[in-house]
Ligand binder design. Structure first.
Ligand code: ZN
Length: 228
């Protein structure tokens, strides 16, 4: 059996993440999603560690970086971002940003975009209906349409470059608004993926379809399917 995909699972170590929803924090939930698939070697990391959890040796050892931040984006040192994005663009490190990671420095700089939510947002988004749009894509493998009971609304347009594929699209019936919740891009020689799920007060990261999307997107961003 081949060794697992080396995934660095980073979050901002946010004190506001409710432990009742995510007892191990967001990075713990993301690591749990990857562990379900049995395809990964996991390395958890966070902002309050030495070198902000991203020392060069750790980045060199990883094939994909999962990124969740919300309130602490500005604390990430610009030099570190440049180092990280250079690895992404060189195809040495895939990037998977989740939820509020749309406004993180690595995601914005990797895509050269603002990542702004043109249609706004609302923490009280109500139910979220998720439809698979690209069943042919490896990130959609094993994913069926699903519904989350309550999520934060993000509303289109999403200010990012045109993606290679829209994997899933969300509709929030209470608001009558939609958002492309699963996107993948080629960025220079590298790969970048985005999944909208993961608002800290909603348990979406425990949902089996969301977990499947996370594992598939991480594997795709790592370029892992090229080795199969
Ligand atoms: Zn949120």
């Amino acid at each position: 059996m081949s060794p697992g995909i080396r995934a660095l699972v980073w979050d901002e170590n946010g004190a506001h993440v409710p432990r009742a929803v995510y007892p191990q924090g967001i990075r713990g939930a993301l690591a749990g999603a990857l562990a379900q698939s049995g395809r990964f070697q996991l390395e958890p990391a966070h902002l309050d560690e030495p070198e902000q959890g991203l020392p060069p040796a750790r980045l060199d050892a990883a094939e994909v970086l999962l990124w969740w931040g919300h309130r602490r984006h500005a604390e990430l040192a610009d030099g570190r971002v440049a180092e990280l994005v250079a690895r992404v663009h060189a195809g040495r490190l895939g990037l998977l940003a989740l939820h509020s990671g749309h406004h993180s420095k690595p995601f914005r700089q990797a895509l050269g975009a603002s990542g702004d939510l043109g249609g706004g947002w609302d923490e009280d988004g109500g139910p979220e209906q998720v439809r698979v749009c690209a069943p042919w894509h490896p990130v959609a493998e094993g994913v069926q349409d699903f519904e989350l009971a309550a999520e934060e609304l993000y509303a289109a347009p999403f200010h990012v470059p045109p993606p290679e594929a829209v994997i899933v699209q969300s509709f929030f019936p209470r608001h009558g608004k939609g958002f492309p919740s699963g996107l993948v891009w080629r960025a220079a020689e590298g790969r970048v993926a985005y999944l909208r799920f993961g608002h800290e007060s909603c348990p979406s990261l425990h949902h089996p379809m969301v977990q499947r999307l996370i594992a598939n997107a991480a594997a795709w961003a790592a370029g892992a399917q090229r080795r199969q």
